[in-house]
Design a protein around this ligand. Structure first.
Ligand SMILES: NC(=O)c1ccc[n+]([C@@H]2O[C@H](COP(=O)([O-])OP(=O)(O)OC[C@H]3O[C@@H](n4cnc5c(N)ncnc54)[C@H](O)[C@@H]3O)[C@@H](O)[C@H]2O)c1
Ligand SMILES: [Zn+2]
Ligand SMILES: [Zn+2]
Length: 364
């Protein structure tokens, strides 16, 4: 099949047409990929900030059509229109029964970019090719565990629904599942990419009273207002802490890092009120260390939590998010600001680096 391949960090993706993809094994599904959003986590693999094994087919925010199902797959059939999820939560391991789907031990390993057991289902001239973040959708086909493949109704446009796969599940899930933001709460969101904008949308859905956003990109600050932000900060010439204290005296109830930087996690800790919760959503480079005085956890009951994919089990979240979209409470269309063919995937990443638009979707 044809795919965009990352052979080594800090090299452009190359379009190749000789990737071999396995037939679906037991419990697996072969998908014909239709659309795939560009997420900063892919870009962190490209620029080496978050190392991935290589060569690798990246892309993990996707939708498509079921091509073939493996033995034992009962709830999907060829022709079904689906959204793909990076975490194939099994539903029965200790993490899953506790509702902690991000730590499912039977889901394809996100960091190793393989299925559990080490297979990838992809190869090129006999060499193993890895599948990015459990999906690998910068290719014509993708092979996933059936648990990560969610059928959607005919009214759902696949070119719009793909963004649910990563940024929307992650951002809205961070608010509803990880932080459990309550009505009336005050919220700070640092970073307004697809993930941060989805956190803003989640905060609005949760009924937050103030949604303060911070991003050096003025275009994205303006965009955030359309998605529910009430106050905007330019961190390049305003002090985030004092602006937050001026809006929410004593600090916000919840702060979200949607950039991925230790310094912002620390800002979040201090911008929260005593008892407040800071949520790490961004994927900080692996050498970042968070430094806060240990005593603030005891003396001020501040909390620091992390979330992978917003703690989402796609089988529950994709239908729930689509219902919010149908009800006009979740804007998916407005998040997609560019569409490109696979051959322009590097240009899409250049736009992300330059902060042009919000989400680019690759359409096959
Ligand atoms: N936890 C998860 O499961 C999960 C899932 C998806 C993405 N991520 C991570 O979330 C992060 C955001 O992803 P994205 O696709 O939205 O990225 P993006 O590149 O589209 O957006 C990042 C935004 O952060 C802004 N920013 C940079 N420095 C800032 C600062 N000092 N203060 C405030 N804003 C700043 C940029 O201007 C940009 O608008 C990445 O680290 C990504 O890897 C995590
Ligand atoms: Zn992602
Ligand atoms: Zn599990």
């Amino acid at each position: 099949m044809r795919a965009a391949l990352l052979e080594a960090p800090n090299t452009p993706l190359v379009i190749v047409d000789d990737i071999t993809i396995s037939d679906p094994g037991a419990g697996e599904v072969l998908i014909k990929v239709a659309h795939c959003g560009l997420c900063h986590s892919d870009y962190s693999n490209v620029n080496g900030q978050f190392p991935a094994p290589g060569p690798i087919v990246l892309g993990h925010e996707a939708s498509g059509v079921v091509q073939e199902v493996g033995l034992g797959v009962k709830d999907l059939k060829p022709g079904d229109r689906v959204v793909l999820s990076p975490i194939a939560a099994c539903g029965s391991c200790y993490g899953c029964v506790r509702g902690e789907f991000g730590v499912c031990v039977n889901a394809s390993a996100i960091t190793s970019s393989t299925f559990v057991g080490g297979a990838t289902g992809l190869s090129r001239s006999g060499t193993v090719v890895y599948r990015g973040l459990g999906v690998g959708a910068f290719g014509e086909y993708a092979l996933l565990d059936a648990n990560a493949v969610i059928k959607v109704d005919d009214d759902v446009p696949l070119d719009v629904a793909c963004v649910i796969g990563c940024s929307v599940q992650t951002g809205v899930g961070a608010v509803l599942n990880a932080a459990k933001v309550e009505a009336g709460a005050t919220v700070l969101v640092m970073g307004l990419g697809g993930v941060g904008i989805s956190i803003v949308q989640g905060a609005r859905i949760a009924g937050a009273s103030r949604v303060i956003v911070s991003d050096p990109n003025g275009g994205r600050r303006d965009l955030a207002a359309r998605f529910g932000a009430t106050d905007a900060i330019d961190p390049t010439n305003e002090d985030v802490m004092s602006r937050v204290m001026g809006i929410a005296a004593g600090g916000v109830d919840y702060a979200f890092d949607a950039v991925g930087a230790a310094a912002l996690i620390e800002t979040g800790m201090w911008a929260c009120r005593a008892g407040g919760t800071t949520v790490m959503v961004g994927a900080a480079p692996i050498d970042h260390i968070v430094q806060v005085p240990a005593t603030i956890f005891m003396a001020t009951e501040r909390k620091l939590i992390g979330t992978l994919l917003g703690g989402c089990n796609g089988k529950r979240e994709v239908p729930r998010l689509l219902n919010l979209w149908r009800a006009g409470r979740l804007d998916l269309e407005g998040m997609i600001t560019a569409r490109r063919p696979l051959s322009e995937v590097n240009e899409g990443f250049a736009d992300m680096h330059a902060g042009i638009g919000l989400r680019t979707v690759i359409s096959f």
